[in-house]
Design a protein around this ligand. Structure first.
Ligand code: ATP
Ligand code: MG
Length: 378
């Protein structure tokens, strides 16, 4: 029995990771040279997978590496703990003990080491740490990679995923602390990734913000359509399933060639077409219909939480995807009131992660939600 080779919702690795050679090269070159870099794209383009791949290569080259997803951190204390643990783990070799490394590199942290059931060491910071003391410890922890790198003569590469979330902890104070610390680090390179693009752009393009011009920017694009077509065909061929050029083009069209969506759609198509050994338009339509039906409850709940005006804007975008949405024509034809009210709804929809601006055009973050609106609401 051949396993379904299309995977979604997890980091793409091995044969499930395609292309990105130029981006990998650019990121590695920057980080190896000690330069910071921001990796920005809409959701589900493959940032995390790319970061993991790059870190793996750099680790093989001999760097200490550490990846931190800020979506998983909910407070300053947690940040301190997760950061300290990650740094300690990154520099613990097989011959060394985690607890000894922690004591050596964080002498002032008064940490408690906890070994969980699956034998992974965890670290808890003294709960007495409050206010000023907590902030002082953060500063020390942030400076640790530089200290360790110098002492051990081995540079660090640290990747922050969903970096825009950092402001949720204590406003812009942590940003300032980070900048103050990172700008003196000559043996550590930082990779910052973000998917809430309006937030991350404000962080790095506003001269009053701490991360202003802290690094180069790599705007991650979609994987080129040709590459994606080849990837699909190769994966389908593992089940001896053929895909015509038209079918491949149609998959890319409905999934808007967003890597996650392509894999999601193909995963379901594989299950449906494994016995028939070919993928055609009718199978794609039917799978699409099923996906929309499966997600229907979620979409209804989402729709329910939108204002009437936001719904009107979404419907108008679905109907006329090519038209500029702030134009007079578009606004009057779709009964959207004033440009000001359209702007307000668009901003809120962006904040809710429903839509995103890319090359001056509006995109749905979830193309299946768009299909649902088209089928059920128009
Ligand atoms: N290089 C790639 N080759 C093939 N598929 C990919 C690739 N990168 C990403 N994908 C597909 O997209 C999915 C999402 O990838 P990933 O989590 O890396 O994206 P992301 O940009 O970090 O998403 P999010 O914005 O949700 O954090 C993966 O599970 C996989 O299905
Ligand atoms: Mg991600």
């Amino acid at each position: 029995m051949i396993h379904n080779p299309f995977h979604f919702g997890e980091v793409a690795t091995g044969e499930n990771f395609t292309n990105r050679t130029e981006e990998i090269e650019r990121l590695i070159l920057a980080l190896r040279g000690g330069h910071n870099i921001f990796l920005i794209s809409p959701r589900r383009y493959g940032k995390t997978s790319l970061m993991v791949k790059v870190l793996q290569s750099l680790r093989e080259e001999g760097f200490f590496t550490f990846y931190l997803d800020l979506f998983k951190v909910a407070s300053m204390r947690e940040l301190l703990e997760v950061y300290a643990r990650g740094i300690a783990q990154a520099c613990t070799t097989r011959a060394e003990k985690f607890s000894e490394i922690v004591k050596e590199i964080f002498p002032a942290l008064r940490p408690k080491i906890i070994i969980t059931g699956d034998n992974t060491p965890s670290l808890e910071v003294d709960l007495q740490f409050k206010g000023r003391e907590l902030m002082d410890s953060i500063e020390q922890v942030l400076d640790t990679p530089e200290r360790v790198a110098r002492k051990r003569n081995r540079n660090f590469v640290i990747a922050f995923d969903e970096f825009q979330e950092i402001v949720n902890f204590n406003g812009e104070r942590i940003e300032k602390l980070m900048r103050a610390s990172f700008q003196h680090h000559h043996h550590v390179a930082y990779l910052f990734a973000g998917s809430k693009r309006h937030l991350i752009y404000t962080m790095i393009s506003d001269p009053n913000r701490a991360f202003y011009k802290m690094g180069d920017i790599l705007n991650l694009q979609k994987i080129p359509a040709d590459e994606m077509r080849d990837f699909m065909k190769k994966q389908f061929s593992k089940g001896k399933i053929t895909v015509s050029q038209e079918a491949a083009d149609y998959i890319l069209e409905v999934s808007e060639n967003v890597p996650y969506n392509v894999q999601y759609l193909c995963h379901h198509l594989w299950n449906r077409c494994l016995n028939r050994k070919s993928v055609g338009k009718e199978a794609i339509d039917s799978v699409l219909k099923n996906i929309i039906a499966e997600q229907s409850e979620n979409y209804i709940a989402l729709w329910d939480r939108l204002s009437l005006h936001q719904r009107l804007v979404l419907k108008a975008i679905c109907r006329f995807p090519e038209k500029p949405i702030f134009s007079k024509n578009f606004i009057t034809e779709n009964d959207l009131g004033t440009p000001g009210s359209v702007q307000k709804s668009v901003t809120l929809l962006e904040k809710k992660n429903i839509i995103d601006f890319q090359e001056k055009k509006i995109h749905f973050n979830d193309v299946f939600f768009k299909e649902w609106i088209k089928k059920k609401m128009i």
